[in-house]
Design a protein around this ligand. Structure first.
Ligand code: DHB
Length: 311
């Protein structure tokens, strides 16, 4: 039986699949459901210092080829997630989970990271540099100067394992510039990709979500080629000590196989999890194992990053 076990930053996970931040991770009940599924871990909804209600509804819609959302960072605040994770560490000492966070300003981001640093949290922290949905706040990771400053300031005091969630990049020069910055820091992982920001979906004569007159982040089937390109571009450019989490367009085991082939060590499921619920983890894992068995692969290491080129 092939194994889908994996490791990130030296922590082991029984399965390489988990939720993508934003899906099934706002409340403790949702997080427990992912934890008790076939998923190898979970990531919490990106937390800010204070709880936030987010944007007006409707703010998420599934559509035939994916989803569009402009949630606006609704979350219960960092203490809710940190307290839960600290409790979970006692109940499940042999498993590792991810805490996602970002401040509404660089100074708030540092307040959050210092809180994590000073807490007993021993899992992985994901700094979200790619929220596209707060009106008036551009995505941090599209501003390379601000990104480098935040990471430089953070690593002056943050000593726990840290990774970043990235938006998709669309230009080879941007892959080069972003990777050159990330390689300056002891990041444990980069997560590629967040939604393709600010798409617009039209039904009859109208938009389908209320915030930002219908503009929202696109997920699902639409984004797999962009996600794979970002996973592979960073796989080619980053220091081997920086691992890659692949996110975007995962509907089937074949999609997970492709993410791993492009260099991912863990793979997240967003829109498909929203559409199908946690049974998606069992189905997709079985599909991945069937592909591995057919190809004679016993472990993810047998094909991770081994994408073939045409001459
Ligand atoms: C939200 C969306 C994102 O893609 C993200 O990374 C963080 C927050 C949101 O709208 O809530």
């Amino acid at each position: 039986m092939p194994s889908t076990q994996t490791q990130i930053a030296g922590f082991s996970f029984d399965n390489c699949l988990m939720n993508a931040a934003g899906v099934a991770c706002m409340s403790i009940a949702e997080l427990e459901e992912v934890k008790n599924s076939a998923a190898g871990s979970f990531v919490t909804k990106t937390a800010t210092l204070e709880p936030r209600a987010g944007n007006p509804e409707p703010r998420y819609r599934n559509v035939p080829l994916g989803s569009i959302n402009s949630m606006g960072l609704p979350n219960h605040g960092i203490d809710y997630y940190l307290d839960y994770l600290l409790d979970l560490q006692n109940r499940e000492p042999n498993r590792t989970f991810f805490l996602s966070l970002v401040g509404m300003s660089p100074s708030e981001t540092h307040t959050l990271l210092r809180k994590v640093e000073e807490s007993g949290f021993s899992g992985l922290t994901e700094l979200n540099l790619s929220c596209p949905n707060v009106p008036g706040k551009p995505q941090i990771a599209y501003d390379f100067e601000t990104t480098e400053k935040i990471l430089g300031d953070a690593f002056a005091y943050f000593s726990k394992p840290l990774g970043i969630k990235l938006p998709p990049y669309f230009d080879i020069v941007h892959f080069d510039q972003a990777a050159a910055i990330f390689n300056k820091f002891p990041l444990k992982f980069v997560n590629c990709v967040n939604s393709i920001g600010n798409g617009l979906y039209v039904e009859d004569e109208a938009v389908i979500i209320r915030p930002k007159n219908g503009f929202g982040g696109i997920g699902g089937e639409y984004i797999k080629p962009t996600a794979l390109a970002n996973v592979h571009a960073f796989c080619q450019r980053l220091n081997p000590s920086i691992q890659i989490i692949g996110t975007g367009g995962v509907l089937t085991g074949r999609d997970v196989f492709e993410h791993i082939l492009c260099g991912a060590s863990m793979v997240q499921v967003g829109t498909t999890l929203h559409k199908e619920g946690v049974p998606a983890f069992t189905r997709i894992t079985e599909e991945l194992k069937a592909i591995m068995a057919e190809k004679g692969y016993e472990a993810l290491d047998d094909f991770r990053g081994k994408l073939k080129y045409l001459d």
